[in-house]
Each structure stands twice: as structure tokens, then as C-alpha cells.
Design a binder for this molecule. Sequence first.
Ligand code: SF4
Ligand code: SF4
Length: 92
Amino acid sequence: MPKCVRCGYCCRVDLCPYGKWNEETGACTHLEVQVATPKFTLYRCGIYAQIVAEDRDFASPGFGRGCPFEYNEDRRELLSQHTWFDLWGHLT
Ligand code: SF4
Ligand code: SF4
């Protein structure tokens, strides 16, 4: 599976079982901005710790499913404009 760069696409198009749709934002209610720089924005799951505490096998909730989607421009754009080096420090 490709490395997640936290573009947030997964949680805008295909919510995990813990997700809750937010009509206003067009994304899961729990999707949060992790890092906002003038060049890019990265996202995280706001209830990740809670999910993992309830379900240890659900290691990467939500994030992880959207990379292969043909119409996922968010990840493609992020990686076309920035190197792994730019993003790496924010992905841990
Ligand atoms: S991983 Fe978190 S933010 Fe994403 S859909 Fe699931 S609950 Fe929502
Ligand atoms: S589409 Fe890929 S890079 Fe983007 S949040 Fe989902 S798993 Fe991460």
C-alpha cells in the first residue's frame, strides 16, 4: 500500500466505520487539519487514539484506502508539488 501523505482524501470520499459525515465541510466530522503551511495542508483523524483503543486491529483508520482511487487528485497534487523531504517531518 502506498505511504499515506495525509492528503485527507479518504475521509472526504469513503468514511471508515467510525466516520460521521458533515454536510457543511463535505468530509468526516473528525477530519482535522494537522499541519497548515503556506504551501500545503495535511490532515489527521481527530479520534484516532479512541479508535485504536477500541479496536487495535484497526491500525490505520480511514487513511489508507484512498490512494489507489483513480480520481484522487489531492494526493497526486501534493506529491507533484512537494518532495517526500518536504513532507516527511510532518508524517510521523
Ligand atoms: S479515519 Fe477518522 S477522520 Fe477518517 S473517516 Fe474515520 S473517523 Fe473520520
Ligand atoms: S488518499 Fe492516501 S495519502 Fe490521502 S489520506 Fe488517504 S491514504 Fe493518505
